[in-house]
Design a protein around this ligand. Structure first.
Ligand code: A3P
Ligand SMILES: CCC(=O)SCCNC(=O)CCNC(=O)[C@H](O)C(C)(C)COP(=O)(O)O
Ligand code: MG
Length: 396
């Protein structure tokens, strides 16, 4: 297996602007936040006693379809989210959260334990802005603002409410003037705070649970890279969704298995992190199971994963931490591994798997996990598309 020499790291543009997307340069790392928005789903069967068993999955997940004009992942289905803005760190939020929710933790759980240092990314513009809020509060505000901008869903709660209730949350019903405010926020993210003031609400940061962090794997020199924090939010029922018809052109609420089916049947396209997370959600039978799990996960370290691409003779494998071929080596921030072997040979040789095999970017992925999670988080169940099982039967 070979790794080419590492190129020079990307430069960074310092700035002290109070609003503006926080990225390090045209091809640098971008900090982003995204939310797996799940909602309880009542079985709307025919009236009268039902003979059929209740649905296996009592919740749905919101997927937004990106416009085909997007520079990154055009046409893909993703979770709502986007790039962190200086406005998400603004000191003006302090007075909105006061008096009930104060620094340093704003009634969130204590800070999770420090995460493992690998990988260290080049410094980004968040080092140059005036950060009045902790990272995890600003990232939650970003995810909530982006959910409003892209989907018209308001994950807000009245300022007077004291603490997060231990039940699934509710989105705010769409207020009058939503479209005009949304256009303003889209033009200037600082307007999101003004909108919250106008509604006498705060972003419902307590409804967003730490879930995972994904770094874009190295694909090509100068390619766009994201450091994306994924939160999970459980809503008791699905709110109305209004795609902005610009950045996102459609939406669907799907159960995890429906989303997988839609990907396999080529109705939708998912990037590997979204596919992995959707498969992970298949572990949960109901919204309340998922919600309890999130509360339990709160004190755990949130792992930050840099997938490493292994290019085989006939495909690509994304290696994840814990896999026997995964190397905690900073060279792989800007490099791939290559082998002359075929994917099937590599799979037959191995035992300790945490990997996603991309048989074809065109809708054929499989997930192989034989390692144990390092903390209380769940891993997806192995997922191998049926016809691939005929040629490869997994570790013996
Ligand atoms: N009307 C539109 N049509 C297509 N893409 C749009 C758009 N308005 C905004 N975008 C793109 O959506 C991305 C912003 O996403 P977010 O706010 O979620 O981070 C930006 O992409 P680029 O990052 O390629 O510039 C921006 O150009
Ligand atoms: C083989 C190709 C890949 O693995 S591409 C992986 C793409 N995903 C990421 O880089 C990390 C996950 N981040 C997201 O999905 C974000 O929500 C985003 C990148 C879609 C946000 O983009 P936006 O344009 O909304 O800022
Ligand atoms: Mg977005």
């Amino acid at each position: 297996m070979r790794a080419p020499a590492a190129p020079e790291p990307e430069g960074r543009k310092p700035s002290n602007a109070m609003s503006g997307p926080l990225r390090s340069g045209p091809s640098g790392w971008r900090r982003a936040a995204s939310v797996l928005l799940t909602a309880g789903w009542k079985h709307r069967g025919p009236a009268g006693p039902s003979l059929s068993p209740p649905p296996a999955e009592g919740f749905r997940l919101l997927l937004l379809q990106r416009s085909k004009g997007q520079g990154f992942l055009p046409g893909a289905h993703v979770f709502p989210g986007g790039i962190l803005d200086a406005a998400d760190y603004s000191a003006d939020w302090l007075s909105l959260f006061a008096p009930h929710h104060q620094p340093p933790r704003f009634s969130l759980n204590p800070s999770p334990p420090p995460r493992s240092p690998f990988p260290v990314l080049p410094a980004d513009r968040t080092h140059a802005v005036d950060r009045a809020l902790p990272d995890d509060v600003a990232l939650r505000i970003c995810a909530i603002r982006e959910t409003f901008e892209e989907a018209g869903v308001l994950l807000l709660r009245p300022r007077a409410s004291l603490a997060a209730a231990p039940e699934p949350a509710r989105a705010l019903p769409p207020p009058a003037g939503l479209a005009a405010w949304r256009a303003q926020v889209h033009r200037d993210p600082r307007q999101f705070l003004r909108f919250c003031e106008h509604l006498d609400c705060t972003p419902d940061i307590w409804a967003l649970h730490d879930w995972s962090v994904w770094l874009t794997p190295f694909i090509q020199r100068g390619g766009r890279r994201y450091d994306t924090t994924f939160f999970l939010c459980c809503l008791s029922e699905p709110p109305p969704v209004y795609p902005d018809l610009a950045e996102v052109v459609g939406c669907k609420w799907s159960s995890p298995s429906e989303a997988t089916e839609s990907f396999v049947s080529k109705e939708i396209w998912l990037a590997p992190p979204q596919f992995y997370e959707i498969r992970r959600l298949e572990n949960f039978a109901s919204l309340s199971d998922l919600h309890k799990f999130c509360l339990d996960l709160a004190l755990e370290e949130v792992e930050r994963w840099l997938p490493i691409s292994l290019l085989t003779a006939d495909g690509r494998i994304q290696l994840l931490p814990g896999d026997e071929l995964y190397l905690e080596d900073s060279d792989f921030l800007e490099n791939v591994l290559t082998t002359e072997k075929k994917t099937e040979e590599i799979m037959k040789e191995g035992r300790k798997f945490h990997r996603l095999v991309i048989h074809s970017l065109n809708h054929v992925y499989s997930i192989h996990v034989t390692v144990q999670s390092k903390n209380k988080h769940v891993f997806p169940k192995n997922y191998v598309k049926m016809e691939l099982l005929h040629s490869w039967k997994g570790p013996q």
